[in-house]
Design a protein around this ligand. Structure first.
Ligand SMILES: *Cc1c(COP(=O)(O)O)cnc(C)c1O
Length: 391
C-alpha cells in the first residue's frame, strides 16, 4: 500500500473529506501517477515455483481494481474491510445468503422495495424466518428479536420512501444482546452524514449506484464490516463463488465519483433542506416527509446521528391524490422523471407506480432526489408543476 506523503510529513490526521478528495492519496510508485490506473487483467501470473506471491490468481476472487475504492470506503466508514459488488442488490443479498436455514432475521416493514420483496421470497425458500417490524420503534425490535435464534437485524435509515429514522445505537444494542448482527443500508445517509459502525452496527451496505458514485453512470454496491469475523468470511465467499463482482471500469468510475462525495452530498443536503421548507408552504402539498424538518417524527434521532445535514431525499404527498401526483411529475421541466437517487441531477418519481399493488407507499407520494443544481431553479420548477397539476 502506498501512503500519502504530504499528509504524513505534516503529521495531520486527515479528515474524511480529505481522504475522499485524494482517494487516500495513493500514488503509483512506478509511474508517479496521481490519478489511479485502470486494471483490466482477469488473471495473474503464477511464480516459477508454483506460488502466487502477488496474492492474486484470478479477478473473480481478487481484482486490484477494487483495492483503492475498497480501502477508501473502509476508511470513510471506519470499518476494517470493504467489498465492492455488482450492484446494491448483489451486496445486500450476499449478506442474507450468509444466514443458515433455521436462522431468524428482522427487517423493516418499509424499506427499499425490491430488497424487501426479495427477502420475503428468499426467507421462505431458504428456511429463514423473517419478522418485518417498525424499525423506528426500538420496542418493536426488542419484541421481534429472539435471543440465540435471530442472527441478523437489517435496517435502512433514512428508509425508503418515507425516510423513517432508525436509532442505530439503540437497535445495535438490542441486536447484540440477542447475539445478532446489525446491518445498516446507509445508501441515503452516506458516510458524509452517518457512520453506522461508530454507532454500533456490524455491517454497512451501500447501493454505490447512488451517492457514492453520484453521476448515474454505473450500477454498483458495497459492504463494509466492523470486523473480519466468521460472518464476514461467509459473505466474502458468497462474492467469490456467486460472482457478483463489480467490473474493473465500474470500480474506476466509482473511485472517481467518490472523490467528490463530500461536496456533492453537502450541496444536495443544503438544497433538500430549502426545498423541503419551501414545499411545506406550498398550497398543493399535503405533507412533506424530510428528516430535516423539526416536526418530522424521527427528527431528533436524525439530528443526533446525521452530521452536517439530513440527506438529499424528500418525499411529498400531493393534494388531490394519485392523479395529481402523477400530473405533477408530468409537468416538471428541470427535475428528471426517473427512478434511482443520489446523482448530481435531481430526480422525481411516483413510487407507488414502480412498487406495484401491494406497496405500503401511499399513492399520492412523490419521491424527490435533490441534485446539485441551483436550488431556486429546483423550487420554481416544482411549484409550477404542482400548480399546473392542480389547474
Ligand atoms: C438503489 C437502492 C438499493 C439497491 O441498489 P442497486 O444498486 O440498485 O442494486 C438498495 N437500497 C437502497 C436504499 C437503494 O436506494
Amino acid at each position: 500500500m502506498v501512503t500519502e506523503p504530504a499528509v504524513c510529513l505534516a503529521k495531520i490526521e486527515p479528515k474524511p473529506a480529505t481522504l475522499a478528495a485524494q482517494a487516500l492519496g495513493w500514488i503509483d510508485e512506478r509511474t508517479r501517477a496521481v490519478a489511479p490506473q485502470l486494471h483490466l487483467s482477469s488473471t495473474f501470473l503464477r511464480d516459477e515455483d508454483n506460488q502466487y506471491r502477488s496474492g492474486r490468481n484470478y479477478a473473480r476472487a481478487d481484482n486490484p481494481a477494487f483495492d483503492q475504492p475498497e480501502h477508501l470506503l473502509a476508511a470513510l466508514e471506519k470499518g476494517e474491510e470493504a467489498m465492492l459488488f455488482a450492484s446494491g442488490m448483489a451486496a445486500a443479498t450476499a449478506v442474507f445468503q450468509a444466514l443458515r436455514p433455521g436462522d431468524r432475521l428482522v427487517a423493516p416493514k418499509v424499506m427499499y422495495w425490491s430488497l424487501r420483496k426479495w427477502i420475503a421470497g428468499f426467507a421462505s425458500t431458504w428456511g429463514v424466518a423473517v419478522d418485518f417490524v417498525e424499525m423506528s420503534d426500538p420496542d418493536a425490535v426488542r419484541h421481534a428479536v429472539q435471543a440465540g435464534r435471530t442472527k441478523l437485524v437489517w435496517t435502512e435509515t433514512p428508509g425508503n420512501p418515507m425516510w423513517n429514522i432508525t436509532d442505530i445505537a439503540a437497535v445495535a444494542e438490542i441486536a447484540h444482546a440477542a447475539g445478532a448482527k446489525l446491518a445498516v443500508d446507509s445508501t441515503v445517509a452516506t458516510p458524509v452524514l452517518t457512520r453506522p459502525i461508530e454507532l454500533g452496527a456490524d455491517i454497512v451496505m451501500h447501493s454505490a449506484t447512488k451517492y457514492l458514485n453520484g453521476h448515474s453512470d454505473i450500477v454498483a454496491g458495497a459492504l463494509v464490516t466492523r470486523a473480519k469475523d466468521e460472518f464476514w468470511e461467509g459473505i466474502k465467499q458468497n462474492r467469490i463463488q456467486l460472482g457478483g463482482i463489480l467490473g474493473s471500469f465500474e470500480s474506476w468510475l466509482l473511485l472517481r465519483g467518490m472523490r467528490t462525495l463530500f461536496p456533492r452530498v453537502r450541496a444536495a443536503c443544503a438544497s433538500a433542506q430549502r426545498i423541503a421548507e419551501a414545499l411545506q408552504a406550498d398550497p398543493n402539498v399535503s405533507a412533506v416527509l424530510y428528516p430535516g424538518l423539526p416536526d418530522f417524527p424521527g427528527h431528533a434521532i436524525a439530528a443526533r446521528q446525521m452530521n452536517g445535514g439530513f440527506g438529499g431525499m424528500i418525499s411529498i404527498r400531493v393534494k388531490g391524490g394519485e392523479q395529481a401526483a402523477i400530473a405533477t411529475a408530468a409537468n416538471v421541466h428541470i427535475w428528471k422523471r426517473a427512478t434511482s437517487l443520489g446523482g448530481v441531477e435531481s430526480l422525481i418519481e411516483h413510487r407507488a407506480s414502480i412498487e406495484g399493488p401491494d406497496t405500503p407507499c401511499p399513492p399520492d407520494l412523490l419521491r424527490l432526489s435533490a441534485g446539485i443544481e441551483d436550488t431556486g431553479d429546483l423550487i420554481a420548477d416544482l411549484s409550477q408543476a404542482l400548480e399546473a397539476a392542480h389547474r
